[in-house]
Design a protein around this ligand. Structure first.
Ligand code: FE2
Length: 413
């Protein structure tokens, strides 16, 4: 492995540039004006921003790039999306899934992503998508870290053999257990599905990531059950509540009471602002709810929140590219987190906060860690966000994964 000296990058929010020395695939030295050594490859990034790689903390790779197959979701609702996918799911083959996921992951890599938590639908008696994703997790591991969640798209209690399929997924080697309490037939099923998911995760020593209350129904309260179980079992940091869009509609008296439990539990949250502004509020006339969870309030209460893309060109998002910059930009607008420091810190939604949710160790630009990092064509994050700066380089263990030449436009007037 060739050693590398990366010159002239601004790391995270640093105002002055520094150099990064990589030896044996790890950061060996970080500081200004490092001397090049014999045999070392030297790359100068001209004062551009360096960040730890972006992390996609919530996406459904199994359905990626299937929009229009067999038909488009014309109503734009979550539930028509589930119906369309249920039809497409019958025609899945391992090769079909692998071919699409490889394309999607390469597309994500171009946007600086090196870590992906993908939910995989296991409400399929053949578990075709899961078999494909488990193979890819190994095949792609040098280029991307894939974390797989057993996701019961059509329910645990409300789908034939739902519990048995979840258990089989755990035995096959998923990283995390999911649930979908708002989709279960009854409130009782919702609660028992969460009890089952937590027990299964504890039995297999797995993380938990629940599609929790992704609905505009203010009475959808799977979150309190999940947080209570996490608190009682003392596993909050291993548990994630994804979406939680019903929280947008909770009355404040209930939310404030709930916030105490959430803080005690210490669970993580993933918000998918781009997709949920598209899917939620579809049964409203006006005013029309945005349906994004209370990111600002959760963050201010010290809870960990990350942002995800959710869907890439599939029945739930025909325009999802995989670019997390779009997600952060939309998230900041829709949650009204537009204060200067909120904007400056917003890269954390797709880096450090997401790393905490995924339970990654060995993450971040620091001596001793694997030399995984990206370089953007801007001097700082605010400018990168505002001007949609492309990722010009992505390194993994010091190896170049992505190299891009920024486009220079000439304005001819
Ligand atoms: Fe999702």
């Amino acid at each position: 492995m060739t050693d590398l000296l990366v010159r002239n990058v601004r790391v995270e929010s640093a105002t002055t540039p520094c150099d990064l020395r990589v030896e044996g695939g790890r950061f060996a030295e970080i500081g200004p004006g490092l001397e090049a050594r014999r045999g070392e490859r030297v790359i100068d990034h001209g004062g551009r921003l360096a960040l730890p790689p972006f992390i996609e903390s919530h996406v459904h790779l199994d359905s990626a790039l299937t929009a229009g197959q067999p038909r488009y979701n014309e109503s734009g609702t979550l539930f028509e999306g589930i119906q369309v996918w249920s039809e497409r799911k019958r025609t899945l083959t391992v090769e079909d899934v692998k071919e699409r996921v490889r394309r999607a992951v390469r597309q994500q890599a171009g946007f600086g992503i090196q870590y992906v938590r993908s939910h995989v639908d296991v409400t399929d008696p053949e578990l075709t998508a899961l078999r494909a994703l488990l193979e890819l997790r190994e095949e792609l591991r040098d280029d991307v870290t894939l974390q797989l969640v057993a996701f019961p798209q059509e329910g645990i209690e409300s789908f034939p053999d739902g519990r048995a399929l979840m258990r089989r997924a755990a035995e096959m080697g998923v990283d995390a257990i999911g649930a979908i309490p708002h989709f279960e037939f009854t409130r009782e099923y919702s609660v028992s599905s969460l009890d089952f998911a937590v027990e299964l995760a504890l039995e297999f020593g797995l993380l938990i990531d629940v599609h929790c209350d992704e609905i505009d129904d203010e009475a959808s309260r799977g979150l309190e059950t999940l947080a209570a179980r996490a608190y009682e079992a003392g596993i909050g940091e291993r548990v994630t509540a994804s979406h939680t869009t019903a929280m947008h509609s909770y009355n404040n008296a209930y939310f404030i009471r709930l916030l105490r439990l959430l803080s005690m539990s210490g669970i993580n949250f993933v918000s998918n602002p781009l997709v949920n502004t598209h899917l939620q509020g579809r049964m409203d006339t006006y005013p029309k709810r945005r349906g994004v969870t209370r990111v600002k309030e959760l963050t201010e209460a010290g809870l960990n929140v990350s942002f995800g893309q959710d869907d890439i060109v599939d029945p739930w998002n025909p325009l999802g590219t995989g670019n997390l910059r779009d997600v952060v930009l939309n998230g900041l607008y829709v949650t009204q987190m537009m204060g200067r420091s909120e904007i400056e810190q917003s890269y954390r939604f797709i880096t450090h906060n997401a790393a905490r949710t995924l339970h990654l160790d060995d993450y971040g630009i620091a001596v001793g860690n694997s030399a995984n990092f990206i370089v953007l064509d801007a001097p700082d994050w605010t400018e990168a966000l505002a001007f949609d700066a492309p990722v010009v380089a992505s390194y993994r263990a010091g190896r170049e994964l992505v190299r891009a030449k920024p486009v220079r436009r000439e304005i001819l007037f």
